[in-house]
Ligand binder design. Structure first.
Ligand code: NDP
Length: 312
């Protein structure tokens, strides 16, 4: 038996219950069992709890949580690249919108497909590693899908959020952007610069779509699709990760992340060299007992970077 957070009905944070008698998940042949050390929260976790993904969801109860960092304690018969004792991290749901996982990471153990995991970067602790997977993979996949190239310019809407903090860093330090601009409120402008933004736009004072600067790519990580496309340069594009709520007009497109351990492995040199770093909210980590408080904070839309639950 293990401890886990669960919900048996859709609703606010109050539907979440802490259980101590949940069965430890069985693993399939292509999976490993991970002892969870730290888990990060993402907006998809509360959107789902609110019932916004009901159509695809398995029958309740659900254990929420997609991001994990932990230790492999059991290995399926088809697993080739991982062994017991390996320190791993990843987003445990390959396609969160199509087939949401029933047994997530806000639990002592989680069963995960080997292909969704990577070895934890040696320089990062479990809290830092848990802050990466879903957000950094989304940032990277969006830039690839936008065909972002060295020397191009980009505007990031919501540069201080979980995903945006990685878009800025990856655009600048992995792709070699010529110019990175990003939006946030006044008190986070310096943070945007420290992540690699050349231009920090205060959305409480300026409308980015009315400024003269236009960009090869506008990455909408907040839900301003109509405005985003207005800041695109001739021949450029806008990419949206909130497209399922508010469709983005051309030249914009939306996508939903496909989780992949190999993407994390590809980014590993940038993580181990410290060129790309996890951004932890100052209130992180929240202990396992305080998951409701952590979600309440995430749902305030004011978190800076990632919220991690630790120790589990
Ligand atoms: P966060 O909860 O981390 O974002 C919080 C940040 O939003 C805060 O730092 C806040 O900064 C900022 N913010 C709030 N309002 C504005 C605004 N008007 N302009 C700019 N910044 C603002 O979100 P995530 O980064 O985790 O996720 C972003 C969105 O992307 C969510 O809607 C999420 O569901 C979606 N998503 C989609 C994925 C996909 O595959 N399609 C994958 C991952 C996320 P401040 O205090 O300065 O306002």
């Amino acid at each position: 038996m293990m401890k886990a957070w669960q919900y048996h009905e859709y609703g606010s944070v109050e539907v979440m219950k802490f259980a101590t008698d949940v069965a430890i998940p069985e693993i399939n042949n292509d999976q490993v069992l991970v002892k969870v050390v730290a888990a990060a929260l993402n907006p998809v976790d509360y959107r789902r709890r609110l019932g916004q993904m009901k159509a695809a969801d398995p029958p309740l109860p659900v254990i929420p949580g997609l991001d994990v960092a932990g230790v492999v304690v059991k290995v399926g018969s088809e697993v080739k690249g991982l062994k017991e004792g390996d320190e791993v991290y990843g987003d445990v749901n390959e396609k969160a919108l199509d087939k949401p996982t029933k047994l997530g990471t806000l639990a002592e153990y989680v069963a995960v497909e080997e292909k969704l995991l990577a070895l934890k970067p040696k320089n990062l602790d479990f809290v830092e590693a848990a802050a990466l997977p879903l957000a950094i993979e989304t940032a990277y996949e969006g830039l690839e899908r936008a065909n972002f190239k060295e020397g191009q310019s980009i505007l990031v809407l919501n540069g201080a959020g979980g995903v945006g903090s990685f878009i800025i860093q990856i655009a600048k330090h992995v792709f070699g952007a010529s110019k990175v601009a990003a939006t946030s409120s006044t008190k986070k402008l310096e943070l945007l610069k420290s992540l690699g933004a050349d231009i920090a736009i205060d959305y409480t004072k300026e409308k980015f779509e009315e400024l003269p600067d236009k960009y090869d790519v506008v990455y909408d990580a907040i839900g301003q699709p109509e405005e985003a496309v207005k800041a695109v340069k001739e021949g450029g594009c806008a990419v949206s990760i909130t497209d399922f709520e508010k469709p983005i007009p051309p030249p914009g497109f939306g996508f939903v992340l496909t989780s992949s351990g190999s993407m994390l492995t590809k980014l590993n040199p940038y993580l181990e060299s410290g060129k790309v770093k996890p951004l932890l909210d100052p209130r992180t980590p929240f202990p396992f007992e305080k998951v409701k408080e952590a979600f309440t904070y995430l749902e305030s839309h004011r978190a800076t970077g990632k919220i991690v639950i630790y120790p589990i």
